[in-house]
Write a protein that binds this ligand. Structure first.
Ligand code: CA
Length: 321
């Protein structure tokens, strides 16, 4: 058997991050080597608690969880999710499944970002951030070598040819730390952007959560409750979609199998000033450069991805009685 692909996730563990985690754990070709936590859907402490809880539930308490940044690069105080985000992901970040009485201060290893950069450097590694890019920006800052030599990083975030979701031009992960996203996109690092251009094309319906309940495992029941909460929010806010968008799972899927998406090569930057703050846009200064750092996913084989999602997440949820 060929060697497995090593995956390091960077999650702000809300509901679709949880689905991305299950996707990786249900992927036979992937070995999850750790989860770095971030703020965004929740505080970084809640993200770490949720990640540990989910790893235990999915039978992998051995996987290390690291505490990453608690705030955007330029913020002076730790990030607290706004009320609108709390409504989407629930007060516990996982659809109000009853985690509020679990402490957030469970020991997690502090993310030694210099070490993280060292681990990333020169190794074949799938590093997949599905929250703000603060941890990655800090790691690149501490990098011992050229970022151009790093493996391509697939991230969930941004919107190139569709509107934003938290502002007319801005997607939530980029909007949470535009300076970090801009630093990453202009660093010379090779990236693959899986943003709203494609994630709004992959929709999960209640048909799947019904199937999860039939699996009968504690993990499957919890994931069904959590995801039904998420679908319920979409039914109110985006009734035309017919279900919830699978933002973060599509990013991990495209990292493991880039043929799921079709990409435009481009050099991007992020607007950090004015009313378009948080917009991902082609960088006018590098528009004519022959080399393009970023592959921007603009099309997705939605039926094939959804089939992979069903198979892999069911495998993860059914793996433990
Ligand atoms: Ca996320």
């Amino acid at each position: 058997m060929s060697e497995k692909s090593r995956v390091l996730l960077d999650l702000d563990t809300g509901i679709d991050d949880a689905l991305a985690l299950a996707y990786v754990l249900g992927s036979p070709e992937a070995e999850l080597v750790g989860v770095v936590c971030s703020y965004g859907n929740v505080t970084v402490g809640t993200a770490a608690r949720n990640t540990r809880f989910l790893l235990e539930l999915l039978g992998r308490p051995d996987i290390p969880v690291y505490l990453g940044a608690d705030r955007p690069l330029r913020a002076s105080t730790p990030f607290e999710p706004p009320a609108g985000v709390v409504r989407i992901h629930g007060a516990d970040g996982l659809g109000n499944v009853g985690l509020l009485d679990r402490p957030c201060n469970t020991p997690a290893r502090g993310a030694d970002l210099t070490r993280l950069a060292g681990v990333l450097y020169g190794r074949e590694f799938y590093y997949v951030p599905t929250g703000p890019l603060t941890n990655l920006a800090r790691a690149l800052d501490a990098l011992p070598g050229s970022v151009g030599e790093l493996p391509r990083v697939t991230f969930m975030g941004g919107a190139l040819v569709v509107p934003g979701n938290v502002a007319p031009c801005a997607e939530a992960n980029v909007h949470n730390d535009p300076e970090a996203a801009d630093a990453v996109l202009r660093s010379g690092l090779r990236t693959r952007m899986v943003g709203l251009d494609v994630t709004h094309q992959v929709v999960l319906t209640r048909e799947e959560t019904v199937a999860w309940r039939e699996l009968g495992t504690p993990a499957a029941r919890l994931f069904a409750d959590m995801t039904d909460h998420y679908i319920g929010i979409y039914e109110k806010n985006n009734p035309h979609m017919g279900g919830c968008a699978l933002h973060d799972p599509l990013a991990v899927a495209a990292a493991l199998d880039p043929t799921l998406v079709t990409c435009l090569p481009a050099n991007l930057r992020v607007d950090i000033e004015g009313p378009t703050r948080g917009r991902t846009v082609c960088d006018p200064d590098r528009l004519r450069d022959a080399e393009k750092d970023c592959e921007v996913a603009l099309a997705v084989d939605a039926p094939r991805f959804l089939e992979e999602f069903r198979t892999r997440v069911r495998r993860a949820l059914g793996a433990r009685a």
